[in-house]
Design a protein around this ligand. Structure first.
Ligand code: HEM
Length: 330
């Protein structure tokens, strides 16, 4: 039901964009106004989120560790599992962000036929998530050819590597197949795994359907309903140089693609997708495990009147001397 709600939302959005693209007066809205608006919402929303997180006090050192911390010299320590210095934290973060290292250790809990609880490694989610994120990144980088003139050499190289198989005309791009396969797997996991389905919200499906819609329209544009790429580039360059133009003859499907991208951008800061920025500010990941060496002061601490041992000794000095008890201060 929740998946259906999300599917209906994306279908209605796509349908509305298709209808609007057929009305000449609506094309500037789809091609210029909404992309700018979406970008503004995205930037403002992301900045607000990041500032909010950065300003949140971190009362404790709550680094997540799973290895020997720096200790006595003869104990072999694990700098990536339990980073002590800033650079070790950077190393751990890089592995987390580029390779989803903690997800790699993901386990599945199952009851065996004999009703024993069994933990098993679950690498499929890691592989699916990695495939989706990397192909998404490559696709975004490849799109730079539409927004930059001259096109950087790196973008051309990326495109030829992606089109390595040289199948079909236009060349089949591997990331197009990978992103769709990965998204379908992530969707199937939510739909067919009863436990994951139970905890899935409509918002979880919405992100997946929206991304599938964007990838689907993009692929359709490249391989089936071709659009005039020269006009698209003119529009894209106009957008980035802040001199927007709306060339004639761009197919309606391009406007649907762009509209769904605009929706994704505007929705991004308010959705779970915002984890893209959040991972960098996660205290369990970005803190060094140096509790023993450096004192972490809770920013929530407020000045409390305390009675120190020195003051106590001063107060009862004569009595302590009379009892013959040793004193710190003679
Ligand atoms: C979240 C952002 C976006 C995603 C995930 C995305 C995804 C895709 C995908 C998967 C394709 C299939 C072909 C390929 O991989 O190159 C594609 C094609 C295309 N996209 Fe996007 N897109 C995005 C943003 C944009 C934007 C902002 C524009 C407009 C300026 C755009 C314009 C196009 C065009 C014109 C094609 C057809 C390219 C061709 O025929 O070779 N896309 N897109």
């Amino acid at each position: 039901m929740r998946a259906f709600q999300a599917l209906v939302i994306v279908a209605v959005l796509s349908g509305a964009a298709t209808l609007a693209a057929g009305v000449t007066a609506m094309r500037p809205v789809l091609g210029i106004v909404l992309p700018y608006l979406a970008l503004a919402v995205f930037l403002a929303g992301m900045v607000a989120r990041v500032v909010w997180w950065a300003r949140s006090p971190v009362p404790f050192k709550i680094t997540t560790v799973c290895g020997q911390q720096r200790s006595l010299p003869f104990l072999r320590r694990q700098p990536l599992e339990s980073p002590f210095t800033g650079w070790q934290v950077v190393g751990r973060m890089a592995l987390e962000i580029l390779l989803f290292r903690s997800l790699f250790r993901n386990t599945r809990t199952e009851l065996t036929p004999r009703k024993n609880l069994a933990y098993q490694p679950d690498k499929l989610l890691w592989a699916g998530a990695l495939a989706f994120h990397w192909s998404f990144l490559v696709i975004i980088l490849r799109h730079l050819r539409l927004f930059l003139e001259p096109v950087p050499r790196m973008v051309g190289i990326l495109e030829s590597v992606d089109g390595f198989f040289q199948l079909a005309v236009p060349t089949f791009l591997l990331t197009d197949a990978v992103i769709v396969a990965a998204l379908l797997y992530l969707l199937a996991r939510r739909l067919f795994n009863a436990r994951v389905r139970y905890v899935s919200l409509a918002a979880d499906y919405l992100a997946l359907f929206l991304l599938l819609g964007i990838a689907g329209t993009g692929i359709a544009m490249r391989y089936f309903w071709k659009v005039d790429l020269v006009s698209v580039k003119e529009l894209a360059l106009g957008l980035v140089t802040l001199r927007p133009v709306l060339p004639e003859g761009v197919g309606a499907i391009f406007f649907v693609h762009l509209f769904l991208v605009s929706v994704l951008f505007a929705y991004f800061p308010f959705s779970k997708l915002v984890h893209m920025g959040g991972v960098f500010l996660s205290p369990t990941r970005n803190m060094a495990n140096d509790n023993r060496a450096r004192r972490h002061v809770n920013p929530w601490n407020h000045p409390v009147p305390v009675h120190t041992y020195e003051e106590w000794e001063e107060e009862f000095h004569d009595k302590l001397v009379a009892c013959g008890l040793p004193l710190d201060k003679e």
